[in-house]
Design a protein around this ligand. Structure first.
Ligand SMILES: *Cc1c(COP(=O)(O)O)cnc(C)c1O
Length: 407
């Protein structure tokens, strides 16, 4: 019965051409990876799809630090943080991140989580009690949406980055405690949220600001501290979630906030309390990752990313100008996420397939992940890409566009 039921659902997914498939990488994360092909043969692919923006995932110093961490700490933490799993490695990482955010969040304290998904569930479900109300950008990440659904507090959604709509909702609210919730960098468009305006509205309306900096941490700001550094913000009203599996090149996440907020999360956040603490070796290696993010090497990597972004945008603009009748557009992004919005699902998938044949892995993204009529190629850049890599991608996109035109 269950198996038949599931088969029907799987058939429905397949009928819409929406079946997701796992791809097996045979080599570490890098701009050039070997991916297992359909008949088990390894295929070389130029990858424009990872969130490893700074190229740290396969950095030799990270690999070394991870091995060193395993020498010191061996394997697992053995328990949840509050039982016996919280090691000096976790504690040092939390303290270092608290120092990083001290200029932006007065009395900052940091709590580490195993993943960003869990950190977002923690913040939303723990703080969003019956006295509270959420004000959420409609394009927020799935983990924030899921967390708000699980929370007791009602949720008011506002149109993406629409400050007038948000203001109206805040004015109308009678909730005792208000939380504005937003991604800093929106993952499907790469655009920056209006974070300074959000903070101003939070201050005007006695609200708190929950920010998900998954795609900003490591990438934005002179020292890579993310959106708060980039926008030069400081307020005790900011509750920042950062992830450590993207630009930081490892895995994990953290919440940085006023120490009382953190003290309460520690008492009540179920995704902190009822899960095994992450590997101490990962926390140990993350210290090296933070060094690499803030030092001169990190600064050079961010500068190189900007060069690549400019090259890609200039090249794509030229292609779009030459083929204006296709109706494609470049998303308004100033981050390493650079989507090419083509509109139709069929075209997005055809474009991705043509690039795959040409040796490039660039995912096509369709509704419901993005709004209907806004299917796209989601190109992400990595500091380990060369200008030659980006040049080759531009050529391949131009050629694929030509093919689609000729059809
Ligand atoms: C990836 C991501 C997360 C989840 O982080 P993980 O550490 O991968 O669980 C949360 N929010 C946003 C915006 C993300 O892009």
């Amino acid at each position: 019965m269950l198996l038949d039921h599931l088969q029907n659902k799987l058939n429905a997914i397949a009928a819409q051409d929406q079946t997701r498939v796992l791809r097996v990488a045979e080599t570490p994360t890098s701009p050039c990876q070997t991916v297992r092909g359909p008949n088990g043969v390894g295929l070389q692919r130029r990858m424009f799809c990872s969130n490893d923006y700074l190229g740290l995932a396969a950095h030799p110093r990270i690999a070394h630090a991870l091995a060193e961490g395993a020498q010191i700490w061996a394997g697992g933490s053995g328990a949840s943080h509050l039982i016996s799993g919280h090691t000096l490695a976790h504690e040092h990482l939390d303290a270092r991140l608290a120092d990083w955010f001290a200029p932006h969040i007065p009395q900052a304290r940091v709590l580490g989580f195993s993943t960003g998904y869990m950190a977002n569930l923690a913040v939303t479900t723990t703080l969003g009690d019956a006295q509270a109300e959420f004000f959420s950008d409609e394009l927020n990440h799935a983990s924030l949406i899921d967390g708000m659904r699980m929370a007791k507090a009602p949720v008011q959604r506002f149109a993406h980055a629409d400050m007038a709509a948000l203001r109206a909702l805040l004015v109308a609210s009678t909730a005792k405690i208000k939380f504005i919730v937003s991604d800093t960098v929106f993952s499907m468009d790469g655009d920056l949220g209006p974070i300074s305006e959000l903070l101003r509205l939070a201050e005007e309306h006695d609200a708190w600001l929950i920010l998900d900096d998954a795609h900003g941490f490591g990438v934005l700001g002179q020292f890579g501290r993310g959106a708060l550094e980039h926008f030069g913000l400081s307020s005790e009203r900011i509750i920042l979630v950062g992830t450590l599996g993207k630009a930081a090149g490892l895995s994990g996440a953290f919440v940085a906030a006023h120490e009382r907020v953190i003290q309460y999360l520690l008492q009540a956040a179920r995704t902190y309390i009822f899960t095994t603490a992450s590997l101490p070796s990962v926390s140990h290696a993350l210290m090296t990752s933070l060094d690499l993010i803030e030092n001169e090497e990190g600064q050079q990597r961010r500068a190189h990313l900007l060069t690549l972004q400019r090259q890609l945008r200039d090249g794509l603009s030229r292609i779009l100008k030459d083929r204006a009748h296709l109706g494609w557009r470049l998303a308004d992004s100033s981050t390493p996420i650079q989507p090419l919005v083509v509109g139709s699902n069929v075209v997005a998938m055809a474009l991705a397939a043509k690039l795959e044949v040409a040796g490039f892995r660039v995912p096509g993204i369709r509704p419901p992940t993005v709004p209907v009529g806004q299917a796209r190629l989601r190109i992400t850049l990595c500091a380990n890409h060369t200008t030659a890599d980006v040049g080759a991608l531009l050529q391949a996109i131009d050629k694929a566009a030509q093919h689609l035109e000729d059809q």
